[in-house]
Design a binder for this molecule. Structure first.
Ligand code: FAD
Ligand code: UDP
Length: 368
């Protein structure tokens, strides 16, 4: 096989952005991808005319001007605003936690009433410096919201007690004392019209991509294929799990076509009761204001990752973070390999963060 400047492992956002930037600089890249399609976890495919987010709902949101300008070169974004609802038993609440949630929960109307309710519910707890997700959530929203909308969902999602999870996970969600159901605080938000796959296709335009190609098999037969490797797979797998296995959460998606034009009236409905086995139901057409006669829904079942599963969420607790640090020490001995992306960095990155990460990495690498 011919030689390349870069062997890029993974055709997700990290690999695709790096490949695009390298090509612009006149570098020769080969992208290899073990799945049978490009786009990594943002992959979308058309079912009954609906763009299905195959690896979970993806809403693009950012406050980073550079990244927003960048993605708009490859896709047109619609004006979708994520406003999930949460179902707990026969009760329904707006997310994220805001005045609509509090008003429905307690029959109150003003921010002062909501703040007093929360303060009263946590007065006896004396949490000054939250040490875990449970303490963090209680101190932010009080006991009722914690018990009904956070505890069951989080314990299903992570398979661990809230008291054993890091506080930062819940801080991803906005908390507002105004009537505003926008799930994100970012300046820009939307979904790529026509799906994300064509966006990534444009990023990879002119770059050779081999699908169904696993790096660990490929490199045995092609050890000298490129001077450098950009690796966006699992860092622990790269080193053959030699220091131990990092923990991940995986997800099983149960997708079905339903013969109705509107199944749940919203793209994202969370089921926050521990008794319901799935965490949420996605109705894909609503991401693009679809009017198709049928609909496609996906139920998400969270589970612990084991070898062979898709790793979705790194479990960033102290033990795993310490193990990851040890792997980064090994990575320093491999100057021929650049580790990046969500799995290479063992960090939960939103799409905009992974694009910024790829642009920065490419900038350092290609501009010298
Ligand atoms: P990936 O997309 O995982 O790409 C890595 C690629 O490398 C994969 O295609 C994989 O098959 C391939 N690969 C791995 N190992 C090998 C190997 N050995 N050989 C060959 N190929 C290999 N972000 C948002 O901004 N908004 C959202 O709403 C949002 N929702 C999400 C919902 C879920 C359920 C999940 C899991 C994530 C969500 N994200 C969201 C995050 C988003 O998916 C990531 O930021 C982004 O996909 C990361 O891109 P990546 O290139 O780092 O990783
Ligand atoms: N969360 C919750 N209840 C909900 C939604 C989210 O308790 O109805 C918590 C849960 O711990 C989750 C975290 O908030 O892991 C972050 O939520 P987000 O929607 O960002 O999760 P993702 O979409 O990344 O799975």
């Amino acid at each position: 096989m011919e030689k390349y400047d870069y062997l890029i492992v993974g055709a997700g956002l990290f690999g695709a952005v790096f490949a695009h930037e390298a090509k612009q600089k006149g570098k020769k890249c080969l992208v290899i991808e073990k799945r049978d399609h490009i786009a990594g976890n943002v992959y979308t495919k058309s079912v009954e005319g609906v763009n299905v987010h195959v690896y979970g709902a993806h809403i693009f949101h950012t406050s980073d001007e550079r990244v927003w300008e960048y993605v708009n070169r490859f896709a047109k974004f619609n004006n979708y605003i994520n406003s999930p609802v949460a179902i707990y038993g026969d009760e329904l609440y707006n997310l994220p936690f805001n005045m609509n949630t509090f008003s429905k929960m307690w029959g109150i109307k003003t921010p002062a009433e909501a703040k007093k309710k929360i303060a009263d519910q946590i007065a006896d707890l004396n949490i000054t410096n939250p040490q875990n997700l449970e303490e963090q959530a209680l101190s932010l929203v009080g006991r009722d919201v914690y018990e009904k909308l956070i505890k069951g969902y989080t314990e299903k999602q992570w398979g661990r007690q809230c008291s054993e999870l890091p506080a930062f996970i819940i801080k991803r969600l906005p908390l507002r004392f105004i009537y505003d159901n926008n799930y994100f605080n970012d300046r820009y938000q939307g979904v790529a019209e026509g799906g994300y796959t064509s966006m990534v296709e444009k990023m990879l335009d002119g770059t050779k991509v081999l699908l169904n190609t696993d790096y660990f098999d490929f490199i045995k037969d092609n050890p000298d294929i490129a001077s450098k490797t950009v690796f966006s797979g699992m860092i622990d797998r790269f080193f053959d799990y030699s220091l131990g296995t990092l923990e991940y959460r995986s997800v099983r998606f149960e997708t079905e076509v339903i013969d109705t034009d509107n199944y749940q009236g919203n793209a994202v409905v969370n089921y926050t009761d521990a008794k319901v086995p799935y965490t949420r139901i996605i109705e894909h057409k609503h991401f693009e204001f679809g009017t198709q006669p049928k609909t496609v829904i996906s139920k998400e079942y969270s589970k612990e990752w084991k070898k062979g599963d898709e790793p979705y969420y790194p479990v960033n607790n102290d033990t795993n973070n310490a193990l990851y640090e040890k792997y980064t020490a090994l990575a320093k001995n491999r100057p021929d390999v650049i580790f990046g992306g969500r799995l290479g960095a063992y960090k939960y990155f939103d799409m905009d963060k992974v694009i910024a990460f790829a642009l920065d990495t490419a900038g350092r690498e290609l501009n010298g």
